[in-house]
Design a protein around this ligand. Sequence first.
Ligand code: AFP
Length: 316
Amino acid sequence: MGEGINDYTQFCVDLRRHMWLAGVDQELRRLIWQIAVMGKYISAKIYESNRKLAGFKNIYGEEQLTLDRGADEILKNQLQYSGFVRDYASEEQDSVMRIGKGDEKFIVTADPLDGSSLVDTNLSIGTIIGIHKDSVFDEGRNTLVAALYITYGPLITMVYSAGKGTHEFVLNREGEYVLSEENIVLKDKGSIYSPGGMHKDWTPEHLQYIEFLENSGYKLRYSGGFVPDINQVLIKKGGLFTYPALKNSPRGKLRLLFELQPMSFIIEQAGGRATDGYRDILSVPVTELGQRSPVYIGSRFEVDKVKDYLKWDNFL
Ligand code: AFP
């Protein structure tokens, strides 16, 4: 039998069936599925923009929002009719927005289009989502019930965890998210590293740690997009992504609530770790929406190892 025929006759597990079989709570699985569908609308918007980040004209010649704002509008407008979301917090908004009646179960956080400045290069970009049950002003470990990200690359993929492992789906030609890898598990130690920030801005301790990785034979893999860079660590089953404290910005660059908490949840569910150098990312309380944090995230060995280099005194 030809391979092509085989592809179509294989039994495919779609996202909804997978979540049902995995015993994900009914409302949560409906919400995750709805967000995955929104990823299709966002990808259409990216396509329509013809690789321009700034406002663009659609086929009718109408001015459109910037891509990030457009993705944010899609999420906000769709989520308000989901029936499951009371509040929405986004990297594109200044405050948490009440979008439901108030008695819905979940709060959704979004980085609607992370890495959007890469859109003109045609590198992958992504959407990062956290789903919380209580106030987001807490430790992620207390509030997150699920997280997912969508990559818009040569393929559109969706990785989610609802606290029962980490799973990857690919959007097929029929518009279904089909399971491509279930229960992804990171090796204890990987062979790639993805270091954010500029060399000249790194602290001496961080520099020594990076030298340790280089001298140990780790290969450099950095695209400038958090979603594809983390996705690479996950799909290659190990390695490290870091955006450290910099000399002039001790809190680094990435946002705790919108970027780091969801990715840490997903990576921990795949057996990996995430730390700010001292505490697990999911144990760092969120006190303000735009809060940033240094991060070391990936397989166990690399994340634990950084603690040998950083000094607690520097942090206090
Ligand atoms: P943009 O969304 O502005 O492109 O920023 C992307 C990002 O927040 C994250 O996706 C990357 O990991 C990080 O910034 C890259 O930062 P550098 O440009 O400093 O390497």
